[in-house]
Design a protein around this ligand. Sequence first.
Ligand SMILES: *Cc1c(COP(=O)(O)O)cnc(C)c1O
Length: 556
Amino acid sequence: MKIAIASDHGGFDLKECLKAAFAAEWTDFGCDGPGSCDYPDYAVAVAEAVALGEVELGVLVCTNGMGMSVAANRFHNVRAALCRTAADAKQARAHVGANVLCLGAVNQPKEVAQEILETFVGTALSDEERHARRRAKVERARRLSDFSGLAKDDPEIYTAIKAQVLQEDTEINLIASENTSSRAVRLAAGSVLMNKYAEGYPGKRWYSGCLPVDAAEELARRRACELFGADHANVQPHCGSSANMAVYFATINPGDTILSLSLDQGGHLSHGSPVNFSGKLYNIVPYTVSRETERIDYDALERQALEVKPKILLSGASAYPRALDFRRIREICDKAGCIMMVDMAHIAGLVAGGAHESPVPYADFVTSTTHKTLRGPRGGLILCKEKWAKAIDKAVFPGMQGGPLENIIAAKAVCFREWMQPEMKDYAAQVVKNCKAMCKAVQDRGFRIVSGGTDNHLFLVDVKASGLTGKEAAAALDNAGIVVNKNTIPYDTESPFVTSGIRVGTASITTRGMKEEEAALIGTWIADILADISNTALQAEVKAKAKALTARFPVP
Ligand SMILES: *Cc1c(COP(=O)(O)O)cnc(C)c1O
């Protein structure tokens, strides 16, 4: 077994004695003699080796073992336990799952110390439910401990962050554009990489000292290309809207025509809304879904493209519950002689996990956010064919951005790596299964679903058909601990502030491990609330049930 060991001057003799008495593959981090030294230097070395997985266990010895255990426990994934007896060691391993043994040398007979070590190494983790449950609660405490330093430095912001933690813990989040990022993503996003100015691209920066951020950005670019099978990736856009802006700037001139899905039918602000830069700078021609099917009619789109002759045909949406046919869209772009641009912001995770066809083989440009189904940090991403690589990089920097957010880029890299793990395919498939199950539960209770169902992570309920507005439906559900957003539906007759629909998405509940059973149950709660919209007692009842359900499915 690989074990890291270290001591300060007070523990030096005992450390040497343990190494001699117990056969293991020891890595000795010092100290090397009885001269006075500082215990944290040695605790940190062993704790890091354990955290990195370079060794299975660690052993730290000082005069009484206390300073060592406090210092080692500063590290994530280190559980250091101070043991005075073999019985302590047994419990530390079996119950607590300790992976670093701390020993006090003073008044500790060497034979007892040896016995403690043998017991520690020889005891397996208990899988008894109560111990597993308690260990899980220790891990859960990291949701608070990760930012607990703020409690002293900025109590008001600490309070705001803690409120978000509690909200995530207890609410059923069905906002289709949100998800719950992993701890690894959040750690990278909050890292010191944010301190670096890095205008330019890896290897070609304007400032010195960019080697660490170059490594992170290079990984992000390479992983993005590998994950999506793209020729080129630009990982610098601060958000999805700026990713879209960069493609427009790289390819067309102000006044040129973009054919895109109309905002009130599921498109996005940055696809040409008159209040957005896109609508102000370009000649936007909107396309719509079919009145009958509420789906994109590709034949109609083809006719419109041939007539309008856009420079860019932009597909992708914020509220379109159906699969997109990228092969057919490519055909239309070829016939109309325009650039094929796909904004996969919403479905990027489904694409990464194989639950939606990828636009990458077909499109000249694919833009995305990294925080929706893709479950990374908030940010943007552009993928393109090699021939556009130079133009797009120039459009992002120096075209529209200054220094990139290298901490966020590192977090994007972490996210892309997560998607390369095989279980993420199951996640993507489960998001869709959950969505179908929830949608069916609502539909079975007589509510009208836009387009009759869903192929992806979201569905739209036409609440107006049941005599409600989107605004009041969303507010009632919010009271019940179920968070959705009001949303326009195709050919909506209500204003965007009122709307006739709600948009419901399953990315976040799937991240916390819910399956079809829970999704369908939530669907029945949604139907219960909407069917009796002013019943506040019912809302309180569902809120309690939602809280009990979420407690069983902790967010990461
Ligand atoms: C969310 C979204 C965006 C933009 O996202 P921001 O990061 O908020 O700018 C762009 N396009 C589509 C289709 C979206 O759904």
